[in-house]
Design a protein around this ligand. Sequence first.
Ligand code: AMP
Ligand code: FES
Ligand code: ZN
Length: 315
Amino acid sequence: MKCKRCKAPAVVALPSHHAGFCPDCYKIFFARQVERAIHGQRLFSHEDRILVALSGGKDSLALMLELGRQGYDVTGLHVDLAIPDSSAAARAVVEGFCAEHGFALRVVELEREGLAIPLVKARLKRPICSACGKIKRYFFNKVALDEGFTVLATGHNLDDEVARLFANTLRWDRAYLADQGPLLPPENGFARKVKPLYRLSEFETANYAFLMGIDYHTAPCPYSTGASFTGHKKLWADLEHRSPGQKLAFYELFLKQGREAFAAQERRVGAAVAPCPECGYPTSAEICGVCRVRRALAGEGGGPGVGGDLDDRDD
Ligand code: AMP
Ligand code: FES
Ligand code: ZN
């Protein structure tokens, strides 16, 4: 196969785009997809101060590198979860990456916050992932607002987004369907949140990371029972194989035609959000989810109710 742009031998085949690319043209393809996401969805501009949440995985590091190459004002944020072995390795990857490329980096240490994930896990006695996600999002938002960043970016890719959209659709979860997309505007004490990789599949970001020589953290979280939405992702891989391009079309058509219907409905019923009386974080509950975790750790009960409410916008 030949490169679609320059006719040199192709190294990456992309059936969904009816194209193959040589290494250099692949990087251009990747950059264009990110640009299309940023401009097409009006995610941010070169005036913005962007905080990029870096887990150490390929997606967030690829995102940071590409935004830096495009001249955006980016700073990394890593949340060190304090999980033995795993967290130190992920943090070292993020620190090495930022040092190598000259990116500024903030690190939040959950240990120092009294919220080390092993501690929370032991106290909650139920799957840790949703509480962990909530704690991470809490600090993404807090650092962004406290330090004057105008945008918070995460490395969610097309596969993540489609699997989540599909799960929300299977449940016809109106609140989540109203909110899902690559842009969540700033409101009610939440920072503006963006997902500039939403047009790129996991395969495509992995290729970019490989071609750019990014050394990323690959070990899965020791507490996770597997990647989220694994079953849905398999189903979508099959659909995409039969009909290349369907994944992106499903998501883009939702953005164009589906989301507003749910958003309009939710604006009518909208849950009231107010600052948490203990920490000021926006919440629709009496106190926010993270303060409930803190209470549970202090032995004041509240453990079972930590997840599942609407006091933070989902990723
Ligand atoms: P995940 O839910 O693990 O697939 O992560 C989705 C996105 O959240 C990643 O692409 C990162 O942008 C961000 N993220 C996840 N974990 C962390 C972390 N420990 N520190 C900073 N950002 C993170
Ligand atoms: Fe949070 Fe595994 S429990 S990443
Ligand atoms: Zn709170």
